[in-house]
Design a binder for this molecule. Structure first.
Ligand code: HEM
Length: 334
């Protein structure tokens, strides 16, 4: 080996020895092989029953997982309840629309697992597995989930907003947000394909369909398909009086995890402003076109990006704990 290469090799070895393997490198596929061998079966049973009884669970859980991971890593910090001393992540404004069914499916899985193998399976791992199972139940890809995450020892509402984007954000801002967490533009576009399922409340896109240019002549965002905009104006007519009104993110196949979301964007049928802008921005548009034309490419990229997301900021060893209850830190639970 040439001396310079040899030097580089030894420096890399030294770096590894000093810093140790990264937390995500410590995750393994068979983490619970001996401590809780039926973990996948137990979660899958709970998740299937829940999704059949409450079909909005899957999309809600996928969003819950994203909001957990992007704020301080995939560590179940979003599941913690607020108490007298601390306002937790789930009570941050942007998280108030996370549906109860998504929290419920994790709590149910945890209860079942505690009966089988108490104190073993972390809430963060349950959320990662449940999300994968639910995506696949909707027709999406089934990807491997490495395990061994610990649950966080902190959860603060104040840390949420800087780590997530609002639908009125610019593509520049979202690209920088994803880049700051190590995600490429391609991965950002692939992950946004999650909007092929679920709902958005009218208030999230009302500025696109009502009084678009503030007193000017445009009734709605001109990048929208006019028929789509009119239908949304009708659906959302009462949204100020009834803020619970929501419409499908993907109007073509709302309950199916497929690539129709990208095809919709090319026809001006994107619901959120950020989604629609992805079809126009030269950095993101090539991937939107690729995924619209090729569902296999979307599923492959989505699987990779979801695995990467599920490793983001994970805590292992003594950096966290396995909570007894997903909504309470162990030192506060009875
Ligand atoms: C890139 C920036 C993103 C923005 C600005 C954004 C924004 C939003 C908004 C405003 C909603 C509607 C919430 C409501 O009204 O209840 C929503 C829903 C949703 N988001 Fe995102 N999102 C983004 C990325 C992602 C990513 C990366 C994922 C997952 C990997 C995701 C998954 C979902 C899902 C599944 C829903 C439907 C939730 C439900 O039906 O309960 N989003 N998003």
């Amino acid at each position: 080996m040439a001396p310079r290469l040899l030097q580089l090799f030894f420096s890399l070895c030294l770096l590894f020895l000093l810093r140790g393997p990264s937390a995500s490198a410590k995750l393994t596929l068979d983490y619970y092989k001996t401590s809780c061998p039926r973990v996948h079966e137990i979660i899958s049973d709970i998740v299937t029953t829940k999704q059949i009884n409450s079909p909005t669970t899957a999309a809600g859980t996928l969003r819950l997982f994203f909001h957990d991971c992007f704020v301080s890593g995939c560590d179940a910090s979003v599941l913690i309840s607020t108490n007298h001393f601390n306002v937790a992540e789930r009570d941050a404004d942007i998280n108030l629309s996370l549906p109860g069914d998504a929290f419920d499916v994790i709590i149910r899985s945890k209860t079942a697992l505690e009966l089988q193998c108490p104190g073993v399976v972390s809430c963060a791992d349950i959320l990662a597995i449940a999300t994968r199972d639910l995506v696949s139940m909707l027709g999406g890809p089934f990807y491997p989930v490495r395990l061994g995450r610990k649950d966080s020892l902190a959860s603060s509402a104040a840390s949420v907003e800087p780590n997530l984007a609002r639908p009125n954000a610019s593509i520049d801002k979202i690209i920088s947000l994803f880049a700051s967490k190590g995600f490429t533009v391609r991965e950002f576009v692939a992950l946004s394909g999650a909007h092929t399922v679920g709902f958005s409340h009218c208030q999230e896109y009302s500025d696109r369909i009502f009084n678009f240019n503030k007193g000017g002549h445009l009734a709605f965002d001109p990048t929208m398909n006019p028929k789509f905009a009119e239908a949304l104006q009708k659906a959302c007519a009462n949204y100020l009086k009834d803020p619970t009104i929501a419409t499908f993110n993907d109007i073509m196949t709302p309950g199916k995890f497929d690539n129709l979301y990208y095809q919709n964007l090319l026809k001006g049928l994107g619901l959120l402003a950020t989604d629609q802008k992805m079809a126009a921005d030269p950095r993101t548009a090539p991937f939107v076109r690729l995924y619209a034309a090729n569902e296999t490419a979307f599923f492959e990229d989505f699987s990779h990006a979801m695995q990467k997301l599920s490793h983001y900021g994970v805590k292992t060893g003594r950096k966290g704990e396995v909570r007894r209850r997903c909504d309470v830190f162990n030192n506060l639970s009875a």
